[in-house]
Write a protein that binds this ligand. Structure first.
Ligand code: UD1
Length: 315
């Protein structure tokens, strides 16, 4: 019987957590509905007990949670523009799915759920860096949906004594992030395009900034959050990031060096629902779970470009 459940196990972050758990010799179950997850991401995870299923269906949640001790809930439709185009789908797969999962987790006697929160919860409040005690100010339907999931986590900790921990991720990037969708994250899109000699598009003036966080840091934070004492972390929300921000123009220039791309980017209108700047204060995660980044941004970027370079022919 598996000890850990990873939802969204065929997605970028889910498969990365599952892979590390398996590497440590843990027993893992994964679930994915393949809306954004990829079967190819399951290669190398054959030791995982995999269920194809949709968390918007309570029966799938019950099956997934049976016998599990700890859940890493990564499944979501992780895109701001996708939520602007289809807020109902985002609500179904981020909010309803999360509630169904929590209900099933409680019924199955799961001990702890670690939730993939989003820095989009902070919205465009001018205060930087973002600290967890700032009032949330979600702008996009996506941000609202991810924040609702957080609130459900906290409510289940308070009301039902299910241990829940929220990690608010800041712009995660790295190997296995899907670069093929219009809704893909900017780093994946730029790596794929620039390695293929295609011109990337920057929405806005390129001076918007993000706290880009290499995937290994996020996996590390999840494992720490799973192990930390309940009295310290249950019901808590903490940033998961690096504590440095970088603009899209700077990213473009760094990627130009790493990929050998010679041209300029094209600039287009800013995207609806976009925020301007995002930067995390990561002190709380340090205090609560002992988190600090294990791979810095330049190293993460190098590893990422190398991965896309190797995989370009398969994408
Ligand atoms: C990202 C995540 C979201 C996460 C949030 C907070 C993705 C797809 N989205 O949202 O799940 O909750 O961070 O951590 O990973 N841009 C371009 N050109 C492009 C694509 C994007 O200029 O081709 C710009 C966007 O307009 C935006 C910035 O790059 O200003 C980042 O966009 P994106 O990678 O989609 O991430 P977020 O919207 O910040």
């Amino acid at each position: 019987m598996a000890k850990y459940l990873v939802t969204g196990a065929a997605g970028f972050i889910g498969r990365s957590i599952a892979s590390e758990l398996l590497r440590r010799g843990e027993s893992v179950r994964g679930i994915d509905n393949f809306i954004t997850g990829k079967r190819a991401n399951l290669v190398g995870l054959e030791a995982m007990d995999f269920i194809e299923g949709d968390l918007s269906e309570p029966a799938a949640c019950a099956r997934a949670c049976a016998g599990i001790e700890i859940v890493f809930h990564e499944a979501a439709l992780a895109s701001v523009p996708r939520s602007v185009a289809d807020p109902v789908a985002t609500n179904l797969h981020c909010v309803t799915a999360t509630l169904n999962l929590l209900v099933a987790a409680r019924a199955a006697g799961v001990r702890r759920v670690v939730y993939a929160g989003s820095s989009s919860a902070y919205g465009d409040t001018p205060t930087l860096p973002k600290r967890e005690d700032l009032l949330p100010n979600p702008i996009s339907p996506y941000a609202v949906a991810k924040l609702a999931g957080e609130q459900y986590m906290r409510a289940f900790a308070r009301v039902y004594r299910l241990e829940t921990v929220v990690l608010r991720y800041f712009n995660v990037f790295g190997p296995y992030q899907d670069p093929t969708s219009h809704y893909s994250g900017v780093m994946a899109l730029f790596c794929r395009k620039m390695l293929a000699g295609e011109q990337p598009t920057i929405y806005g003036d390129g001076e918007q900034s993000r706290d880009f966080t290499y995937i290994d840091n996020v996996v590390h934070a999840n494992l720490l959050a799973a192990q930390a004492p309940a009295e310290k972390v249950s019901g808590q929300v903490m940033n998961t990031a690096t504590g440095n921000k970088i603009s899209l123009n700077q990213i473009f220039n760094l990627l130009r060096e790493l990929t050998g791309y010679k041209e300029e980017p094209s600039y287009a209108f800013p995207r609806a629902g976009d925020i301007r700047d995002s930067l995390a204060d990561i002190q709380l995660a340090g205090e609560l779970i002992g988190y600090k980044p294990i791979v810095d941004f330049p190293e993460g970027l190098r590893r990422t470009v190398d991965w896309y370079r190797t995989c370009q022919t398969n994408i």
